[in-house]
Design a protein around this ligand. Structure first.
Ligand SMILES: [Fe+2]
Length: 259
């Protein structure tokens, strides 16, 4: 997958957001894979997804019965929480990724994964990005956490010189923080752990993996010390009691890194 190195985030206009997305480019094969994926995760999500995801999914269900038109999705999303999707075909540099999110722009891939990657994909595709993540961006608290945390992380990274061991350590810590929260995070609801992480909610395989493992209470320092790879199902899961725990972790991060 190519790296995007020339994105000028400060000058992005609304009309630029979906330049990389052409609804007419998808063929029958893409649509068939999309529907098979959706059937698989809808079954897998039953009893697993958290309330805010289920609520977002209820309002998006009809958009997802086929490959979604991102333009329509953007109108809905912006009305609800002010977020917008940007079609991004490649990997963004770390700082650009957080800066984009801090401006309430969610970068989404546009390709639909192939048949070999139905249960798992190492690279996020359109299905992972929009089915796994977007329903939660209709929740005001969660979407605020993503923009707020991204702004804080972006500022911490920006004030740290490139090429230093300190910067590498920060990038590692914040990758783990992202993985164990909005990719593989769990939320306790009525005494049961439910998923708010998009890697779980967009993958029937990850959901099965979750069912076969236990989980630990979310602890920021433990998350910073826990390695992971996005090439396999998650080795661990961490559960929060409410989104307030995530906001509390941001206060700890600001103190820890003198922001
Ligand atoms: Fe993701």
């Amino acid at each position: 997958m190519s790296r995007i190195t020339d994105l000028d985030i400060d000058s992005i206009k609304d009309s630029d957001l979906l330049k990389g997305f052409d609804y007419n480019n998808y063929d029958e094969g893409d649509r068939e894979r999309w529907k098979t994926l959706l059937d698989g995760v809808m079954q897998a999500q039953d009893g697993v997804s958290c309330k805010s995801y289920t609520k977002g999914m209820a309002s998006l269900g009809e958009n997802f019965s086929d490959i979604p038109n991102l333009e329509e999705l953007n109108h809905k999303l912006e009305r609800q929480t002010g977020w917008k999707v940007m079609a991004v075909n490649g990997i963004l540099p770390c700082e650009d990724f957080y800066k984009l999110l801090s401006r309430k722009i969610f970068p989404s891939a546009t390709f639909v994964r192939d048949w070999h990657s139905q249960a798992f994909t190492g690279y996020p595709d359109l299905f992972h990005d929009v089915v796994g993540h977007l329903p939660l961006f209709f929740d005001k608290d969660f979407s605020h956490f993503v923009s707020n945390s991204s702004d804080i992380i972006y500022q911490i990274l920006k004030q740290t010189p490139n090429g230093t061991a300190e910067k590498e350590q920060l990038i590692q810590n914040f990758s783990r923080y992202g993985w164990f929260t909005w990719e593989a995070g769990l939320l306790i609801e009525n005494g049961e752990a439910k998923a708010y992480g998009g890697a779980i909610l967009s993958s029937s395989g990850e959901t099965e993996n979750l069912k076969s493992r236990g989980y630990d209470k979310f602890d920021l320092q433990e998350v910073f010390n826990q390695s992971y790879t996005d090439k396999e199902f998650s080795c661990r899961y961490f559960a929060i009691d409410s989104y307030d725990d995530l906001f509390a972790s941001l206060d700890t991060i600001k103190t820890q890194y003198n922001l």
